[in-house]
Design a protein. Structure first.
Length: 425
């Protein structure tokens, strides 16, 4: 029954029932974890063959590079070909690097702070007031951690089902030259699963900005991570930016962390030729070249872009049932009460759950006491501050499916109990 139309007596009765259920949950001595947005062991097993590649005597890439040696800061051309297609940049506007795209995002930010971008009048750190980034939220906590780490002020903008609220963004960047960048996850965003529409993408790359060196960190981490049959076509965001007269505005990122091995994949960075030269100039001070043997084994493992898509279909077979289960439990346990909304993503790694305002932290804390670890309330917002205290990020991929069912049922009990507390308050 809809909690919002219950009388106080009905709510109290419901609360008493939920309290009993919660006590039983606590007594079960659970130790479950729904925080980890990482592949489960069976997903990692899909790529086990990588461990035997490239194999003894097999160290030359198709372009003739001896991958055992130093050099090649841009990475192997044949692998860039594959991911240039999948990320919509084309092979000549992407570089293949080491295992973490986050590291590239971090480094680009530090390079800009210390030395400025090709379009900067001075280093970002020398700007006459503290610089700022727009942060569509709910969003990815590790993005916000990078900007927070370097004292970049974060401005929350709403993340809508078709992408960041572009009107809010355009208004903010038009007059404030200290706004130097924004975070965007364009496909199956973390945690909402929302994807940026072409219309919003065009508006973001075209909007006039007071800062000539404004950058969009277009983190396409889930470009091919679909839960439905069709892999989405990536927006040709670099072309759109160039057409709009801002060829240097966009940094594209991707990686194979959630395709092959989260700890041993290959990361990619795509951008304009000028930005790539600038980046590789800096990167080549830090390294005499990325791990090309890992790139070669990925190349051999996939073969081509279709090889990646076929591999992702195998992931889908393992994780789609987990997402379905979570959505089913949410509907069964929370649907009628109308105390929550949640996203129904067609890809990515997360479900975003919004509970009644003011009850997310309480729900997470109740779950914790019952032995169910949830991502901290607020984590999906800059400074870990969810102004409405309502968003909870659910990560269904890692736990085995029976544990997932127990954990989600428990979370639902906690959300319902927290809702009765709030409504009776
Ligand atoms: N970007 C997003 C949006 C993510 O959700 C994640 C991991 O959860 C990453 C990047 C991490 O990528 P990488 O492993 O390439 O550093």
């Amino acid at each position: 029954m809809n909690f919002h139309s219950m009388s106080a007596d009905q709510l109290r009765d419901t609360q008493a029932d939920l309290q009993k259920r919660y006590e039983a949950l606590c007594a079960a001595g659970l130790s479950l974890n729904l925080t980890r947005g990482k592949p489960a062991p069976d997903q990692l097993d899909l790529s086990e063959e990588l461990l035997a590649l490239p194999g003894v005597g097999n160290h030359t890439s198709p372009d003739g590079t001896d991958c055992r040696n130093y050099g090649g800061v841009a990475g192997l051309p044949a692998l860039r070909e594959i991911f240039g297609e999948l990320l919509g940049t084309g092979a000549d506007r992407i570089v293949a690097q080491n295992n973490a795209s986050l590291q590239i995002m971090h480094d680009l930010t530090v390079f800009a702070l210390l030395g400025g971008t090709p379009d900067s009048e001075h280093p970002w750190s020398k700007h006459d007031s503290p610089i700022k980034f727009l942060c569509p939220a709910p969003g990815y906590d590790r993005h916000f951690a990078i900007t927070e780490q370097y004292g970049i002020e974060m401005i929350t903008v709403p993340m809508n089902p078709d992408g960041p609220d572009v009107e809010a963004c355009a208004e903010l960047v038009a007059d404030d030259p200290s706004i130097k960048g924004m975070w965007v996850v364009p496909t199956y965003s973390n945690p909402t699963g929302y994807s940026v529409s072409e219309e919003v993408a065009r508006a973001l790359v075209a909007m006039p900005t007071a800062a000539p060196d404004f950058r969009i960190y277009w983190d396409n981490a889930y470009a091919v991570h679909t839960l439905v049959e069709e892999t989405p076509t990536p927006l040709p965001i670099l072309d759109l930016a160039a057409e709009a007269g801002h060829p240097n505005r966009v940094y594209v990122f991707g990686s194979t962390s959630k395709i092959t091995f989260a700890g041993g994949g290959v990361a990619f960075f795509g951008s304009s030729p000028e930005n790539l030269d600038w980046y590789t100039g800096h990167a080549s001070i830090a390294t005499i070249g990325p791990d090309k043997l890992n790139q070669l084994r990925h190349l051999q493992f996939f073969g081509d872009a279709d090889g990646v898509r076929a591999h992702m279909a195998r992931h889908r077979a393992l994780i789609a049932p987990k997402f379905e289960l979570v959505l089913q439990i949410l509907e069964d346990r929370l649907g009628a009460s109308k105390i929550a909304h949640w996203t129904e993503p067609e890809g990515g790694y997360f479900i975003s759950l919004d509970v009644i305002d003011g009850t997310a932290a309480r729900t997470v804390s109740l779950a914790k006491q019952a032995g169910i670890a949830l991502t901290g309330a607020g984590a999906t917002f800059p400074y870990k501050n969810d102004p409405h205290d309502r968003n909870i990020r659910l990560a269904p991929t890692f736990p085995p499916i029976d544990e997932l069912a127990t954990a989600m049922d428990g979370v639902a009990t906690c959300a319902l109990l927290a809702a009765t507390e709030k409504l009776l308050d």
